[in-house]
Design a protein around this ligand. Structure first.
Ligand SMILES: Cc1cc2nc3c(=O)[nH]c(=O)nc-3n(C[C@H](O)[C@H](O)[C@H](O)COP(=O)(O)O)c2cc1C
Length: 369
């Protein structure tokens, strides 16, 4: 039986006290994380032990470490929130895990994911602290790069695109003056494409907020009929362009407490999809009803090609489009339905689909009040 097997089944089976200590010592010396032990009974809680990985991580030799408080790794960078968190946890003698910026002997910085735990003696009194250092620089740096990428998308891409789109729309709706039919044809193509690009950018930014749990809903009471009307108004021209007929079906209903803009966004996404997949002269129904006193249900039904049963569970998963050749033909970020699902679920609601191949699909979602 190996010593690890003996340890895990029963630590008392270790051959002797000094063997056990030697094993622990070797394990700590071989660990890839930095490990330090401090002595709070001495002035300023100095380090009394540091393993080789701590020296390797920080670039300091053992004799430059022992006897100092660990804060020397912070240099002048003392205003970090994590430093205060550490001070508080240590004074309360509770364990803490945090991330802070530290500096190596050569002046370069690293992000230290640090866990400090009190070590208690046989009377339950804290005799020492043990600190475990994990260099998470690569992770933090890549998170920062991702953050920068989103900020570029938001500021350098969305902001100018919004103004291009605004200018093109002003030409399209005539408010910028008259243009001839040939120019108008080009303008319409440009408006269509800038709309698609804006939708894609907004989808990417929404998805990021949703994933980070930072997506906020503005809840208010409103009449859900307004959402249906606004979507019909918004997509009427697109539907006409594809010779698709939009039919709102408003059944008895009641007000809901929800984020109106987001409900419009979901309904608009489902309706735009339905138009996209409709045959010419196809009908897209947008139905509003209250199947129960506390429930409002929206259903968007098309007469498109339908969805094969095997593909159904892929639908609401991000970056899944059912068929990549279709994606190119129909456009779309592959995020739309995943975003709809996430926003419906943030409202505490449900979303789903029923479909018959060659007959059409019905996408629905329910919001509870
Ligand atoms: C066991 C132990 C390990 C520590 N390791 C580090 C470390 O690796 N890097 C660091 O910046 N601070 C570390 N600290 C925290 C500092 O020693 C100190 O507690 C912190 O800076 C807050 O206290 P201060 O305001 O007195 O500096 C550690 C503390 C303890 C008890």
């Amino acid at each position: 039986m190996s010593s690890t097997e003996r340890m895990s089944s029963n630590p008392g089976f270790l051959p002797g006290h000094s063997d056990q200590l030697q094993l622990l010592m070797r394990a700590v010396e071989c660990a890839r994380n930095g490990i330090v032990i401090t002595d709070p009974s001495r002035t300023d809680n100095p380090i009394i032990y540091a393993n080789p990985a701590f020296s390797q991580l920080t670039g300091y030799a053992n004799e430059q470490i022992i006897g100092r408080n660990c804060r020397f790794l912070q240099r002048d960078d003392r205003e970090q929130p994590a430093v205060k968190e550490l001070r508080d946890a240590i004074s309360k003698e509770v364990p803490i895990t945090t991330i802070l910026k530290n500096y190596r002997r050569n002046g370069s910085h690293f992000w230290n994911e640090l866990t400090v735990s009190p070590v208690k003696d046989e009377h339950g009194k804290v005799s020492n602290f043990v600190g475990v250092q994990n260099d998470v620089t690569a992770r933090i740096d890549s998170e920062k790069r991702v953050q920068e990428f989103y900020s570029v998308i938001s500021h350098e891409l969305r902001t100018p695109l919004t103004s291009i789109h605004g200018a093109l729309t002003a030409v399209e709706d005539g408010s910028a003056g008259r243009v001839n039919a040939q120019v108008m044809r080009l303008i319409r193509i440009a408006v269509d494409n800038s709309t698609r690009l804006m939708r894609l950018i907004n989808d990417i930014l929404d998805w990021k907020q949703l994933e980070a749990g930072k997506f906020k809903l503005n809840l208010a009471n409103f009449d859900p009929q307004e959402a249906v009307e606004s979507v019909v108004h918004e997509l009427q021209a697109t539907a006409e362009g594809k010779m698709v007929i939009l039919v709102p079906e408003i059944l008895p209903h009641h007000p809901i407490l929800a984020d109106q803009d987001r409900i419009v966004q979901i309904l608009s996404n489902l309706t735009a999809n339905a138009i996209k997949f409709s045959p010419p002269k196809g009908i897209v129904k947008i139905r509003l009803e209250a199947p129960a006193r506390d429930t409002i249900r929206f259903t968007v039904t098309d007469q498109g090609p339908g969805i094969p049963p095997a593909q159904m569970d892929k639908l609401f998963v991000r970056f899944q489009q059912l068929d990549s050749s279709d994606t190119r033909k129909k456009g779309g970020s592959g995020l739309g339905l995943a975003i709809c699902k996430a926003i419906v679920e943030l409202h505490g609601g449900n979303i789903g689909v029923s479909s018959q191949v060659n007959e059409g699909s019905s996408f629905w979602f329910e919001i509870f009040s």
